[in-house]
Design a protein around this ligand. Structure first.
Ligand code: MG
Length: 253
């Protein structure tokens, strides 16, 4: 069932989103060659809990981290680890969830480590822009397929592919709610957007093919062909007008 949220619920989701945006600002300061992802995980935990919130991912289906940290060819769900040190030229996708008074926010960014290749920089930018192309369609009167198609068309027009096995999702009192929000599909199909719906839109974009596989740890998802992958996600609220993004703060993250 797809729920629409009350004003009080939306306010809690906005607050969770604000904390999440601030978490990225904190993390960004510490992202440099030589840092390990366990350190970033601890920073996120400390910051989120200092704001009277909890990291949504910690213990979610047994996930051990507070954030997902997925370098280079890893698409999503990387477990933060002390031995996962970041090097100049790497890219790292960080996915963070925040729960405040029972309501969630979910967002992801891919960051460069030091100086990266022009191709990696282009992948990050196309992934980010595909989110904005998609949410232009997230308005009353349109259907979910309009958003999905817009993301896919933009990504593929740049020679990249969208992951099919993983999708965005509704969000609210639960981290993952109905509906699924694919980054591929046909316009004019799927549910109609209604005011008060809250969804996490999260293009996962591969430089090569769209196929992925799961690592032996049961969590990490990597590209099958070893190509680079980037991720960009925000939690949005459908309104009578433009969609409202809850997880972008005053900074540039
Ligand atoms: Mg998500």
């Amino acid at each position: 069932m797809i729920t629409t949220k009350s004003k009080q619920e939306l306010d809690l989701m906005r607050h969770a989103g604000k904390i999440l945006a601030e978490t990225f600002e904190v993390l960004r300061e510490e992202i440099h060659p030589g840092v390990d992802t366990r350190h970033l995980d601890r920073l996120a935990y400390d910051f989120i809990t200092s704001r009277n919130a909890t990291p949504s991912f910690k213990n979610y289906n047994g996930f051990p981290g507070s954030i997902c940290a997925s370098p280079n060819e890893m698409v999503v769900h990387g477990i933060p680890a002390g031995q996962m040190k970041l090097s100049e030229g790497d890219i790292i996708s960080l996915d963070v969830g925040v729960c405040y008074c029972g309501y969630h926010a979910d967002a992801a960014r891919t960051f460069p480590i030091g100086t990266i290749s022009p191709e990696a920089a282009r992948l990050i930018e196309v992934t980010r822009q595909s989110f904005f192309e998609g949410i232009r369609e997230a308005r009353v009167g349109n259907r979910l397929g309009d958003l999905s198609h817009a993301v896919q068309a933009y990504v593929e027009s740049h020679g990249y592919s969208v992951v099919r096995d993983l999708v965005g999702h509704g969000i609210g009192a639960h981290l993952h709610e109905s509906p699924d929000v694919p980054n591929f599909g046909n316009p004019g199909r799927g549910i109609r957007f209604a005011p008060g719906m809250t969804i996490a839109v999260e293009p996962m974009v591969n430089a090569g093919g769209y196929e992925v596989r799961v690592l032996k740890d049961g969590w990490g998802v990597v590209t099958k062909d070893g190509s680079l992958s980037a991720h960009y996600e925000n939690t949005i609220i459908i309104t009578e007008d433009e969609p409202e993004i809850t997880t972008i703060g005053d900074g540039t993250c």
